[in-house]
Write a protein that binds this ligand. Structure first.
Ligand code: MD5
Ligand code: FE
Length: 203
């Protein structure tokens, strides 16, 4: 089913389930080339979420700030190619939510272990806010926080489960959002981890 959580945001429950095997193979292939790592924030903290990227651009954080790069600073090589299954899923989900012709060039892959969280933030490092962002959740369930356009606006809580896909676009694209600290509710396939990857048009 398709749940509307904002004027231009939709949860597509279970949309990724038919692709799950291919998606997890893709995550493994990406991580073999560009391993998951805990990045530093500009404020001097270490992120509790581990991340990697694929596509022609990848999101990175260090003492200098947040930005997209073509080279993985850990491997010194370009980020791995976007797996075919990621692209097909993203385009199908975007079209389902009313955004046809989505051409992502970046994919940020987050890995959550118990206790990991993502504090409220906006995604503002992409060049073009007209393109949507497609998010795919695999493994342990998460409580997603969906806020407003001001940090202090109240946030709705949305449970995101294995196989759920969310599409954010238009007026919802710059809303504050985050992920509550992860509980340890092991998943049959992925154990005590949650993988979330987001397809974006960054360049
Ligand atoms: C996650 N990741 O569950 C989330 C899913 C991130 C991040 O937030 O930046 O890696 S993506 C949620 C998202 C993206 C873009 C816009 C909005 C939400 N939004 O307007 O609420 O690991
Ligand atoms: Fe975000």
């Amino acid at each position: 089913g398709r749940e509307q959580i904002g004027p231009q945001s939709f949860v597509l429950r279970g949309f990724a389930l038919p692709y799950a095997d291919a998606l997890l193979q893709g995550v493994d292939a990406v991580a073999a080339q560009s391993p998951f790592r805990h990045m530093q924030t500009p404020g001097g903290y270490t992120m509790s979420v581990a991340l990697t990227n694929c596509g022609t651009r990848g999101w990175t954080s260090d003492a200098q700030g947040y930005r997209y790069t073509r080279i993985d600073p850990l491997s010194g090589q370009p980020w791995p190619d976007l797996p075919e299954a990621f692209l097909r899923l993203a385009q199908a989900a975007a079209a389902d939510a009313g955004f046809s012709g989505f051409t992502p060039d970046a994919c940020l892959v987050n890995r959550y272990e118990p206790g990991a969280r993502l504090s409220l933030h906006q995604d503002k490092n992409e060049r073009d806010y007209n393109a949507p962002i497609v998010s795919v959740s695999l493994g342990m369930p998460a409580l997603f926080l969906f806020g407003g356009h001001a940090r202090t606006d109240p946030a709705a809580r949305v449970a995101l489960l294995h196989g759920d896909v969310v599409v954010w676009g238009g007026v919802d694209r710059l809303r504050y959002h985050g992920v509550m600290p992860m509980k340890d509710t092991p998943h049959s396939r992925l154990g005590s981890q949650r993988i979330n990857f987001t397809l974006r048009k960054a360049g």
